[in-house]
Design a protein around this ligand. Structure first.
Ligand code: PEP
Ligand code: MG
Length: 589
């Protein structure tokens, strides 16, 4: 039966494929693809795990048989019998074998996937007692997972979410079908792991349009929908689904007519992309001769060459925090960071690279398993520059690494989330200190331009202080909107209030651009507004000449730039900013 689930559109395009449900487990589970030759070993790992848990239960049964009914009630023995029965259920093991052999999932992923399949069968049972056994099944699966976690895998996960090679596809026909990842939640780090993945689309139950998970999905240029509430409950493993990333919609079990319609839309999208690719070498200049700088936002050093290829004239935002995530508290040292930044700089072939100092916290936890639940408002807590200043040794390590990388090409250093003059002064003196440390060690480093992000209303309202210390400013509209409107950017329940066109937001953006232009300082927008083609003309009218966005958006924004006449946009843009309903005022051009 065809049905649809609505969410928030995140990354454009249409994906059609089979659902891969990322089961949420209380045990932290790695997800990666194995080589076909490793299937037998992975199956053996699950079998060994299962046998170990069976032995453990046998031992327990023996122990309780020696106890009286007071210490070991009858129910306990019955429960252990149920666990044993579930562990020996062929459907569990056969299902796991299927996911390993046919889909090449690693052992843990295969087990949690089969657990999900069986759990759904229990949910559908009429009998209350049998339905209640789902909890037992989850318990035994978790015991196996915990056992497997204690036993190191002979298969290191080198090819996490890697794209299948043609040879893999030939080995197994079923791999030819595009796969769509459906999960309750995916952290930004999870998402990044899937960057070079087989997945043709993503859907999550939670998340806002500008949550970091959504941003990473957009940077992958793969159709995605977030905030789809109960999607992961409604879809079953292997269901056919369509992800409409433009409309924020997922269609489950589509009829042939719907499939044909979306297949057509998919081809239209590909044609449009082909058409836009012709603009790659066209300079971004408006009809009235204004040069516009189109820069890329990247998450990993390896993204730099792709940014150049997409037509970017530099990187306006390298989110360095992704180097720090998922390392179980082990921070990258100076050498590792220097090498990563150097690779990013060299990947730009002489074009400027803007490295933002680490911005973790709130919806970007260092580790998935260590979400900040201790603080009521993590977005208002110790994140970004506050986190860096709280740990000067860690911050100095990063500063030295960036300064050293600046010896290999043009580098801008960008500081996130500043609000106070005291934070600015501390940051500037730590940068001086990092230089002095390198001088003392006799280590070479290069010049940098220093920039600040304008992400907090307090910063936008005290621009004069910022312009005294910084060479350029970059407006982080994602956070500026969040903090101006008091709307959590990753909470789908208030997503309808997250409004880039709110008059207060537009005023702060307009004044920042105007003040920088008046003082001859560089200013760019690096939040998601910069890559939104419906806002390009407005930002141009407000005087913006530097936009930083996902590489996938660059050509579409360039097309808008080429069609714009800024001399005719200035008065209109001011009217939009001053209107009670800017979205409405934008229509009157
Ligand atoms: C922003 O806040 O607009 C921004 C670019 O930073 P991030 O999205 O990484 O918080
Ligand atoms: Mg930000």
């Amino acid at each position: 039966m065809t049905f649809s689930v609505h969410g928030l559109p995140v990354a454009r395009g249409i994906a059609i494929g089979r659902a891969v449900l990322m089961a949420s487990s209380r045990v932290d589970v790695a997800h990666y693809f194995i080589e076909p030759g490793q299937a037998a070993t992975e199956i053996e790992r699950v079998r060994t795990g299962r046998n170990a848990v069976v032995d453990e239960i046998h031992r327990l049964q023996h122990t309780i048989s020696t106890m009286g009914p007071k210490e070991a009630p009858h129910e306990l023995a019955a429960l252990l019998d149920v666990h044993l029965m579930l562990l020996q259920d062929e459907e569990l093991i056969n299902g796991v074998k299927h996911w390993i052999t046919d889909r090449l999932y690693n052992a843990e992923w295969a087990l949690t996937t089969q657990l999900e399949v069986l759990s759904r069968q229990f949910d559908d049972m009429e009998d209350d007692y049998l339905r209640g056994r789902k909890a037992d099944l989850e318990q035994v699966a978790e015991r196996i997972l915990r056992y497997m976690k204690g036993v190191t895998s002979p298969t290191t996960p080198p090819n996490v979410g890697r794209r299948k090679t043609q040879q893999d596809l030939l080995l197994d026909d079923s791999m030819d079908v595009p796969l769509v990842m459906i999960a309750h939640d995916l952290s930004p780090a999870d998402m990044l792991q899937f960057k070079q993945s087989v997945f043709a689309g993503f859907v999550t139950d939670v998340g806002g349009r500008n949550s970091h998970t959504a941003i990473v999905a957009r940077s992958m240029d793969i159709p995605a929908v977030v905030g789809a509430r109960s999607a992961s409950q409604l879809v079953r493993q292997d269901d056919w689904v369509i992800v409409d990333g433009d409309a924020g919609l997922m269609i489950v079990d589509p009829s042939p007519i719907i499939l044909a319609e979306y297949g057509f839309k998919q081809r239209q999208g590909e044609l449009e992309r082909g058409r836009l690719s012709r603009l790659r070498h066209t300079p971004a200049v408006t009809l009235d001769g204004q040069k516009v700088e189109l820069l890329a936002n990247i998450e990993l050093p390896e993204d730099a060459p792709a940014a150049v290829k997409a037509g970017a004239v530099g990187v306006g935002l390298f989110r360095s925090e992704f180097l720090f995530m998922g390392r179980r508290g082990q921070m990258p040292d100076e050498e590792e960071q220097y090498n990563a930044y150097r690779r990013a700089v060299e990947g730009m072939e002489g074009l400027p690279m803007t490295i933002r100092t680490v911005d973790v916290g709130a919806d970007k936890p260092l580790d998935d398993s260590v979400r900040d639940e201790a603080h009521l408002n993590p977005a208002l807590g110790l994140r970004a520059i506050r986190w860096s200043l709280a740990d000067p040794a860690m911050f100095l390590t990063q500063l030295r690494a960036i300064l050293r990388a600046a010896g290999h090409g043009p580098v801008n250093m960008l500081i996130p989330m500043l609000a106070h003059a005291s934070e600015i002064r501390q940051t500037v003196s730590l940068i001086d200190f990092a230089r002095a440390e390198l001088d003392n060690r006799g280590v070479a480093y290069g010049p940098i331009k220093l920039g600040a992000m304008i992400e907090i209303p307090a910063a936008a309202l005290t621009l004069k202080i910022f312009l005294k210390y910084f060479d350029f400013l970059s407006i982080g509209t994602n956070d500026l909107i969040q903090y101006t409107l008091a709307i959590d950017r990753s909470d789908e329940s208030v997503a309808h209030l997250y409004d880039p066109l709110h008059p207060a937001v537009l005023r702060l953006v307009a004044e920042t651009i105007a003040e920088c232009n008046a003082q001859g300082k560089g200013v760019s927008v690096c939040g998601e507004m910069a890559g939104d083609t419906s806002l390009t003309r407005l930002l141009l009218g407000l005087g913006l000449r530097s936009f930083s966005m996902h590489p996938a958006q660059i050509l579409a924004v360039k097309q808008e730039v080429l069609r714009a006449d800024t001399s005719r946009l200035v008065a209109w843009a001011m009217q939009v900013v001053e209107a009670e309903d800017p979205a409405q005022a934008m229509l009157a051009v």
